[in-house]
Design a protein around this ligand. Structure first.
Ligand code: PMV
Length: 317
């Protein structure tokens, strides 16, 4: 009886959310402080394949619920192997990534499950599954969560690298000139991505030239941010975050609570802050000079943030 374990990190979008759905570039980075962990154990012959996710009280059987998101990740991964009948496996997945908080919990859970299947079938504990295959599987599952995902979440979570992402193009990794710290504060407000994305679509449909202009502005900021990050000009990221947040407000995806946390971050010494992900809830991210990071973190906790992570942005190998 063998057991295989696989993990996947969380993620945050640094610049470009929403506009990325409409073909503008965006930047996202993995957050390795939080993770999804999947374990796959061979079960007794004839037991079939089941998947448990105790954090959300879910227990699904592959054969009975093939379109459940957990089962779909496992089922699509099985299709990539030589296995032609239902395997006798017990899978379990746990995660400390907040759900519906913009940290990519769904993509991380699917990634950990798909990797566990591919590594288990390959009979090789230390090998990496083909990440392009995993990315394709996880993207297909993301489409269940919301109909029109840009693909940025699955890409950054699967490749575990900072990515420069343009819809429909091969994701590019890019140079981090100087590693820096990101303060990530959870507003504690769950905000399902699908609802916010469809509100933005409705607004864009009713006044596409105005919204296209906003998306262009966000795309240019992402472009500038990429150059600044590659050149190690971390201090210019604050202003770019402020500018990106100004445009996100125009998209009507911010909220009073997010604005309050952004103000707290900036008043306590952050160079700039913005919402990250779909908005209306979820996380605020801030960038600060290293000597101010602890103060910003504490100010956000004092202000009632549900949790604050400090993540290092670096190139991972
Ligand atoms: O809420 P999150 O972290 O899943 O991010 C959604 C990002 C959007 O740009 C709003 C949607 C997308 O598919 O890219």
């Amino acid at each position: 009886m063998r057991t295989t374990t696989a993990t996947a990190p969380g993620k945050v979008i640094l610049f470009g959310e929403h506009a990325v759905v409409y073909g503008r570039p965006a930047i996202a980075v993995p957050v390795t402080n939080v993770q999804a962990i999947a374990t796959l154990t061979d079960g007794p012959a004839g037991a079939g394949c089941s998947i448990a996710a105790p954090d959300i009280n879910a227990h699904v059987r592959l054969a009975a619920n093939p379109s459940d998101p957990l089962a779909l990740a496992v089922g699509l991964a099985i299709q990539e192997t030589e296995i032609s009948s239902e395997p006798d496996w017990q899978l379990s997945v746990t995660s400390d990534i907040p759900i519906a908080g913009g940290l990519g919990s769904g993509a991380a859970v699917s990634t950990a499950l798909a990797k566990a299947v591919l590594v288990h079938v390959a009979h090789c504990r230390s090998c990496q599954p083909d990440l392009e295959t995993v990315n394709r599987i996880v993207f297909a599952v993301e489409k269940l969560h919301h109909a029109n995902p840009s693909g940025i979440d699955n890409t950054v979570v699967v490749y575990q690298q900072p990515v420069w992402y343009l819809r429909g193009q091969t994701p590019q990794q890019f140079k981090i000139g100087q590693p820096f710290q990101l303060i990530i504060a959870d507003s504690g407000v769950a905000s399902p991505t699908a609802a916010v994305v469809s509100d933005v679509r409705r607004a864009w449909q009713s006044d596409s030239s105005r919204y296209d202009e906003i998306f262009d502005g966000i795309g240019s900021i992402a472009e500038e941010a990429r150059q600044a990050i590659s050149a190690g000009r971390v201090d210019s990221l604050g202003e770019l975050m402020q500018e990106n947040q100004r445009l996100l407000r125009l998209l009507d995806v911010s909220s009073a609570e997010l604005e309050r946390l952004i103000a707290v971050a900036e008043e306590s010494g952050a160079l700039g802050a913005k919402l990250s992900g779909a908005g209306r809830g979820g996380n605020v991210i801030a960038v600060a000079a290293s000597e101010n990071v602890v103060e910003v973190r504490e100010a956000l906790l004092d202000a009632g943030a549900a949790g604050v992570l400090v993540a290092q942005v670096d190139s991972y190998s």
